[in-house]
Ligand binder design. Sequence first.
Ligand SMILES: Nc1ncnc2c1ncn2[C@@H]1O[C@H](COP(=O)(O)OP(=O)(O)OP(=O)(O)O)[C@@H](O)[C@H]1O
Length: 396
Amino acid sequence: MPTIELKNLTKTYGKNTTPAVNDVTITIADGEFMCLLGPSGCGKTTILRMIAGIEHASSGEIVLGGSVVDSVNKSHFTPPEQRQIGLVFQNYALWPHMTVERNVDFGLRIQKIPAEERHARCQDVMEKLRIAEYANRYPSQLSGGQQQRVALARMLAVNPGILLLDEPLSNLDATLRLEMRAELRRIHETFGTTIVFVSHDQWEAMTLANTIAVMNKGTLQQIGTPDEIYATPQNRFVAEFIGNPKINMIELSKATNSLDKVADHILARLPECAHADTCCIRPEEIVLSDVPHSHTLPMTIENIMPTGGSWVIELSYGSSRLFHSTQQRPYWRVQEQVNAFLPAQALHFFDQHHQRLIIDTPQDESLKRLKQPNQFGSNHTFEPNHPLTQPVNHRV
Ligand SMILES: Nc1ncnc2c1ncn2[C@@H]1O[C@H](COP(=O)(O)OP(=O)(O)OP(=O)(O)O)[C@@H](O)[C@H]1O
């Protein structure tokens, strides 16, 4: 299977002044499942279309399996049909007048594969995608998920080295989406195809891909495993885009004489972060306790929102707001006072250009002394080997 190399890839449409894709360099390894993730209009589809050869790059280069397929400098452009790529769009457009088998067969006929081989390949791929029993049905006689599997089978039958998927699950309902995600993972394992998947849904990207490339306004923000992207966001955009509920963002630069008591607290506690512009903490990293401590903030519970197996708690301190999330049923009530602890090792810092700052904050040894009530209301002391007393692998 070919490696995909995008080198300083830029695309500006027509007379637009802002490029849709701006100087993007990504290498997608053989057999990788990569997700291009970002908000609407950030250039994800444009990248996919350039890899497929449906769009020409304005500058930069695309190399597939070591061969240049698009380069303005080298005046070279390989047409889509010679790139061995399967492309599945949101609206997967099956031929309505053809049976499932004829739809799956379609690409093989164009390639003039002999009938016997065609039939064997169709059977094989239809069985793997569990649609063989519908071989003689028409698309209108199938469910959305079954139609989507036919669209994928049609692509996989021609054995493409690369499968490009542009939000292929967005037309499906929640149950089918879940089913199809599992299906895609299975396809990836069974066929070993290099997959590039476009999504604006972080949950989908985190659960499916080996690697995520986060995009914003045509530029690549960060590339890494789902864990890396979540645990060490390289800039403020990535920190805020990934995570549900959203990361708590604390403006340190505006803290002086401000009403932001959380920012004041962090600056007083950790003077080494004075040059940081912003600081943030994931909701699940905040520790709540009944017992105050020199490093805790007295906060009021404003809201408790159940989210099905977990809870989001809105906390206030003056005009400052923080969101905490927990999988333990909270026993506090709205308007009750709690003590919030923000472990230093769970804080992320960014400079005025919104880039990650590495600040060597002292470990929160004192956390060991913090008493934390359990869900039954009795207190216990944090053990030194409790995950929250260990350094979190957040630093790059
Ligand atoms: N054919 C075109 N002509 C002019 N501008 C275009 C064209 N196609 C896309 N664009 C612009 O390029 C930018 C990137 O579009 P693109 O479709 O790649 O984004 P996207 O991240 O895939 O968005 P979405 O998630 O909404 O599909 C957008 O501002 C879009 O308006």
